[in-house]
Design a protein around this ligand. Structure first.
Ligand SMILES: [Zn+2]
Length: 217
């Protein structure tokens, strides 16, 4: 399996939590979907590829494809349940091996993989099941992996104001494995660290070790 290390977004760039929260909105509403318009466009696409859209198998395909894309681009709403950190827990919390599916915005082909998320809490804790929902919130969109990684880290940073956040995404992109270079099995790894996970090598290495990964430094 080939491993491709991409940019460690944010590494070495000092930034203040308050500034980041003010200038980088953590979340925006999902755009609305016009299913009839999408179906008509997919029928047109099939016709452009010389397909007979009146054939029994293709007759409902535009509607099915529009529905499938709508599902892939619509995250389920969720409550970001947080709790007071009454015990003063100040060590790493790691949720690793979160599966995710997203759509590459350059080719409209899926990329699928695994997310690892960790943070060192401040005053608030996030319900553990919510980490998968946060990943899904941003994965169900037209994406590039680098942005998805940053959005998950930024959301946690903004919502929880923790001492640090680490997010690592490993994914296979169908636009790379099925077409173009046809690098089947190639894995793209992206990461985003803030606070103590960015500044303290020992904490970052512990996070990566708990995810079954190694620091490149
Ligand atoms: Zn692509």
């Amino acid at each position: 399996m080939t491993s491709i290390e991409l940019a460690e977004s944010g590494a070495g760039r000092p930034r203040l939590h308050a500034v980041a929260a003010e200038h980088e909105p953590a979340d925006t509403p999902a755009p609305s979907v016009d299913l009839d318009r999408a179906s008509a466009a997919i029928a047109e696409l099939l016709a452009a590829f010389g397909r007979d859209i009146r054939s029994p198998h293709l007759a409902d395909t535009p509607r099915r494809v529009a529905g499938a894309f709508a599902e892939l681009l619509s995250p389920r709403p969720f409550e970001a349940t947080t709790f007071p950190n009454e015990e003063g827990y100040d060590d790493l919390v790691v949720v690793s091996g979160i599966p995710f599916d997203s759509l590459c915005e350059h080719h409209l082909l899926p990329f699928t993989g695994t997310a690892h998320v960790g943070y060192v809490p401040g005053d608030r804790l996030l319900g553990l099941s919510k980490f998968a929902r946060v990943v899904e919130r941003f994965a169900r969109d037209l994406q590039v992996q680098e942005r998805l990684t940053r959005q998950v880290a930024r959301w946690i940073d903004t919502e929880l104001q923790p001492l640090g956040v680490g997010v690592v995404l490993e994914a296979e992109h169908l636009c790379m494995s099925l077409r173009g270079v046809q690098a089947r099995g190639a894995r793209t790894v992206t990461s985003s660290f803030t606070g103590v996970l960015r500044d303290d090598g020992r904490t970052r290495r512990e996070f990566l070790a708990r995810c079954g990964l190694r620091d490149t430094e």
